[in-house]
Design a protein around this ligand. Structure first.
Ligand SMILES: Nc1ncnc2c1ncn2[C@@H]1O[C@H](COP(=O)(O)OP(=O)(O)O)[C@@H](O)[C@H]1O
Ligand SMILES: [Mg+2]
Length: 385
């Protein structure tokens, strides 16, 4: 057990300011609480502690100290259902510090009460936490689509939805990009994520959990929530959190007898390959933008952009060759153009041949397949083996 004797040191670690405590509640407590929906248990515990100290101040008559010692076992907190674990969590967040014979609480009850009040306003989007108005140049939104091949009407819809998110965040229009791999969905989402002065959170469906998303929403209150690969979300509970958020701009968590109802005007942009595993009610929240397979001209345009990025310029003859050869083989994935250029550049170096020849060699390995036939081909192979 550690012995804490230097109270000045302790005092410096955790001051008695309500602002500081509020920041701890908002940023640190949410992180150490096992799941955000249990946060009220800890808020209630803090209220109990605050009341305890208030009682003691009433007994002695005056608020004299900035540090208050209490023993959770002797003061009866454990009989209210709080365990050692609850105190450990508060300690981990930096609200309490354990000493040799119990716990020292370093906040005055007034600071605790103020911080909790502010935290509640924060959750409700009231007081100083009202949505901040921002101004963004329209021309900056137009630039989002530089070097991206996309239908004009889709461009307009995306810009219009972003404008709504900026000017009328309380009445959002959420978008769902649906389309085959390498159609530019992630590319556009990444551009949106980079808009200056807009608090955007970028998440990936397969990589986040419901609790993870709730923590982000609570602590950083993004204006825009992006979920790429949203069809990889397995959890119905996670999707249901998003349902409510999308429709009523509320983060509602109702569990363990506690209730979080946080006003959170957020515009949601999602992308997926397929919609068949997403529930109908989820889909109904979004305006769908279907990214269909590229036409030959679009594919050529994308390939041209990739040429410029990879080798700094475009040799039209070479470009046409790559595009037509791939197209003949029914390969419409821009990533194959990119890979072919990268491989060919190195093959040209190793074999000391022209880039043009090297491209021929690389494209020669592409069979006339699309991924569907490749898949049936390999499974057929497995059966005969
Ligand atoms: N519409 C497009 N315009 C420009 N480049 C594109 C487009 N679609 C795909 N690409 C190229 O292909 C790459 C992969 O696209 P990506 O946005 O990741 O596809 P996905 O639709 O699978 O999310 C991009 O980095 C880009 O180089
Ligand atoms: Mg993608």
């Amino acid at each position: 057990m550690k012995l804490v004797t230097n109270f000045d040191e302790l005092y410096k670690k955790v001051s008695d300011s309500s602002d500081k405590l509020f920041n701890i509640l908002k940023n640190d407590l949410v992180k150490v609480v096992p799941s955000p929906d249990r946060i009220w248990k800890y808020i209630d515990l803090l209220k109990e502690i605050s009341d305890l100290i208030k009682d003691r101040i009433n007994e002695t008559g005056k608020e004299t100290s900035t540090t208050y010692l209490f023993d959770p076992y002797r003061e009866g907190l454990t009989s209210l259902g709080y365990t050692r674990h609850h105190f450990k969590v508060l300690e981990k967040a930096g609200i309490l510090i354990e000493t040799v014979n119990g716990l020292y609480l370093l906040f005055k009850p007034k600071a605790i009460d103020e911080a909790i009040k502010k935290f509640e306003e924060y959750l409700k989007g009231e007081g100083e936490f009202k949505i901040e108005r921002i101004e963004i140049d329209l021309s900056e939104l137009e630039k989002l689509f530089d070097r991206i091949v996309i239908k004009e009407e889709y461009k307009d819809v995306i810009i219009a939805s972003l404008l709504q998110a900026i000017e009328n965040p309380e009445r959002p229009v959420h978008l769902l990009f649906i389309g085959p791999p390498a159609s530019g969905k992630t590319l556009i989402l990444e551009r949106i994520a980079k808009i200056k002065d807009l608090n955007v959170h970028f998440a990936c469906g397969g990589q986040t959990s419901k609790a993870g998303i709730e923590e982000v929403l609570m602590t950083s209150r993004p204006r825009i929530l992006i979920i790429d690969e949203v069809d990889k979300i397995e959890s119905p509970a996670y999707l249901s959190t998003l349902l409510t958020l999308a429709e009523s701009q509320k983060l509602i968590i109702d569990k363990y007898g506690k209730h979080i109802n946080m006003y959170l005007p957020v515009t949601i942009y999602c992308a997926c390959n397929r919609i068949n595993r997403l529930p109908e009610e989820f889909l109904s929240r979004f305006t769908p933008l279907e990214f269909t397979e590229f036409t030959f001209d679009e594919f050529r345009e994308v390939a041209k952009l990739i040429f410029e990025e990879e080798i700094g310029g475009v040799d039209e003859k070479l470009l046409n060759k790559v595009v037509t050869r791939l197209w003949e083989r029914r390969v419409k994935d821009p990533r194959r153009v990119r890979d072919a250029i990268r491989l060919a550049a190195n093959i040209a170096k190793i074999r000391k041949i022209e880039l043009d020849k090297a491209i021929d060699r690389v494209i020669g390995i592409y069979k006339s397949y699309d991924f569907l036939t490749l898949r049936t081909y390999s499974s057929r192979n497995r059966i005969t083996r």
